[in-house]
Write a new protein. Sequence first.
Length: 305
Amino acid sequence: MQRRYNIVDSKLVEVECDPCLVTIYIAPDDQEKKYLVETLKLDEHTLNSALDPDELSRLEFEPEHVALIYKRPKSYTGEEQFLFKVGSIGAFLFRDRLLVVMAEDVPLFNTTTPLRFKSPAYVLLRLIYRAIYHFLEHLKVIASISDELQDKINRSMENRHLLNLFTLEKSLVYYLNSINSNGVLLDKLKNSATKLGLSVDETELLDDTQIENNQCYKQAEIYSNIVASLMDARASIVGNNLNVLMKTLNIITIAIMVPTFVVSAFSMNVAIPMQKHPWAFWMIMGMAILSVICFVIFWRRKKWW
């Protein structure tokens, strides 16, 4: 699947035919891969790396183009069970065009945003900036989910919410690794700005992107440290809630055993006092109730309840 874009009046507009300034390949088939490798001279290993979600960000200089891979968060669905994943996107920058290869169809940029696109390199930097912005949006969602899970853990004795918090911590580790990898890529781009022929505006955008990525990394690091530091406390809360429940159940069990003992003592098949008394039943029931009252008073005085 392909999407093609041209810059018209400094805006990115989708077109149907070649030649075009930006071409996006979504999960390319074998025929498209063959065209990219044999005709456009893309490195086959780099092309396959662009479709590998575990590939790290990197920058490579080829004879006719510049190849780079950067990380981007995948779109989250409810089936993921609070696991936020990351994916890889490959960008191949030629002198007069930009090729983008990715494994799934995700919105790379908002064409309705009033931005002034000027060149393929500027579009590439905007794609990386958009990926960082996407990371920031996901971090806000993760923070909100984390707060909600912590409230549920405080009131619940189930391990399910605690396991969900573990999953969020795992997601933050993935995000930290990906954001740091993007930071290394941006540093390489900054050092190669002259070689890439970046203009003043493109260099300023690259600087802004570096600042946003650093802030994104620090924010992800803070969230990760908070979640990690609270995991032991949350596990202790779950254990404490279970202890409180067991204590309550023991109190109820003992409270039931005391009157049961009184009634059982007068239910033996032997001669017992008051067995012919007309008020024997009510006297035994009164003794059972009295034993419960004495038990509650004793428990209160000991402050066990």
